[in-house]
Write a protein that binds this ligand. Structure first.
Ligand SMILES: *Cc1c(COP(=O)(O)O)cnc(C)c1O
Length: 374
């Protein structure tokens, strides 16, 4: 993408990097036993209770480091969100020097909690409420990146097309290994996948030497990758709406990177990697059975991960399976509460935004976005 700023050729001194990582990983990543040899790796104990907190915190601090000597100029982070990314980016970048964040979200199409997480923080975080759908937000952002007349704004993306968003997610896999290695069994990881950033980070961890036996990319009915593995041709389709909506992606932007890491050799790739897709009905059924049998509350994304894991474990008799729980159930309470017939207590991280005042600017057209950027 032209016009997108990169920091690729500059390095961060080791001491600074350690500090950035300490600030990024300021919460726990527990593996919770769900069944015999099946664990949930809970990635949602951060400030906005989405696993995207790690990527947003890491990227914001790297950007602040690269900006520190440019006292009068700012970077502008432009991000389109269908829900969880916006809140994590807003919280991760709050108060970071030299960076202004502009979040575009579709009016009336994100949950109340998600909307509050991205509209109530103030300071360097601005929310634009777009009269349209997520795709309209995304189109406006893409257009802005290509707009020569906005070059002076130093725009950068905080979606997972930016590898700074998912590189630090490699830690998740190391943390799980550390917690489970004493059992001396091979590890199979299942990632509920949308844009395939998370699983890309896992594959890099394996390439760095972490002993991971196999990966499963579990998807909802947006099944471009499972179809590719089965049929051998890559045929992206427009996205379909599901209850695991953070994975409603028709053409995952990181999948090409994964194929490159396997030299585009499909047979080699399949030795390490499987991918399966599940309907909403199957997802709800899994949530109910996990709750009934194991007493564990999984939200829809985690439940998709669990289903893919169960299927793959049939080929790994002696392994431990780990599915990534990518969001706290409260983030998807509209699905979780009626499905399990329970009422979820509101965690303190969420409670603190519920009574804050929403501040957003309504826009409809690209011209209005441009005028706002100035
Ligand atoms: C973003 C997101 C995903 C998908 O992650 P990718 O790295 O895009 O594959 C899964 N679950 C939740 C809750 C998310 O917010």
């Amino acid at each position: 993408m032209t016009g997108v700023q990169t920091c690729a050729l500059r390095s961060i001194p080791a001491e600074t990097l350690k500090q950035i990582i300490a600030e990024t990983l300021c919460f726990d990543f527990p593996t919770v036993k769900v069944e015999k040899d099946i664990y949930a790796l809970e990635l949602y104990h951060g400030p906005t209770m989405a696993f995207k907190d790690v990527g947003a915190r890491f990227m914001s601090r790297c950007l602040a480091y690269f900006n520190k000597d440019q006292k009068d100029s700012k970077n502008t982070v432009l991000v389109a969100t269908s829900g969880d990314t916006g809140g994590a980016v807003a919280s991760g970048f709050l108060g970071v020097q030299g960076v202004e964040v502009i979040i575009l979200y579709p009016s009336g199409k994100v949950s109340d909690i998600q909307e509050r997480q991205l509209t109530t923080l103030g300071q360097n975080i601005k929310a634009l409420e777009v009269d349209g759908f997520f795709d309209d937000c995304q189109d406006m952002v893409k257009k802005a990146f290509l707009d020569e007349s906005l070059k002076h704004k130093k725009l950068t993306s905080a979606n997972s097309i930016n590898i700074a968003r998912w590189l630090p997610q490699m830690f998740y896999f190391f943390f799980a290994y550390k917690q489970l290695k004493s059992q001396n069994k091979p590890l199979v990881f299942s990632c509920p996948s949308g844009n395939f950033g998370n699983i890309c980070a896992g594959i890099i961890a394996k390439k760095l030497g972490l002993p991971i036996e196999h990966f499963v990319a579990s998807t909802n009915v947006n099944d471009t990758v499972p179809r590719f593995l089965e049929k051998g041709n890559y045929d992206p389709k427009p996205s379909k709406a599901t209850i695991s909506n953070a994975m409603d992606v028709g053409n995952p932007s990181n999948f090409i990177r994964i194929q490159e890491m396997y030299n585009n050799d499909l047979e080699q790739f399949k030795k390490d990697f499987s991918s399966f897709s599940y309907t909403d009905a199957e997802t709800l059924e899994a949530m109910q059975s996990i709750y009934k049998t194991d007493g564990y509350i999984a939200e829809p994304h985690g439940a998709v991960g669990y289903l893919g894991l169960k299927k793959e474990l049939k080929n790994h008799a002696n392994a431990i399976g780990i599915f990534l729980e990518t969001a706290h159930p409260i983030k998807f309470l509209d699905v979780v509460e009626p499905a399990l017939n329970i009422k979820l207590p509101i965690p303190t991280q969420i409670e603190s935004v519920l009574d804050k005042e929403k501040i957003s600017v309504k826009i409809k057209t690209y011209e209005e976005l441009k005028a706002f950027l100035g």
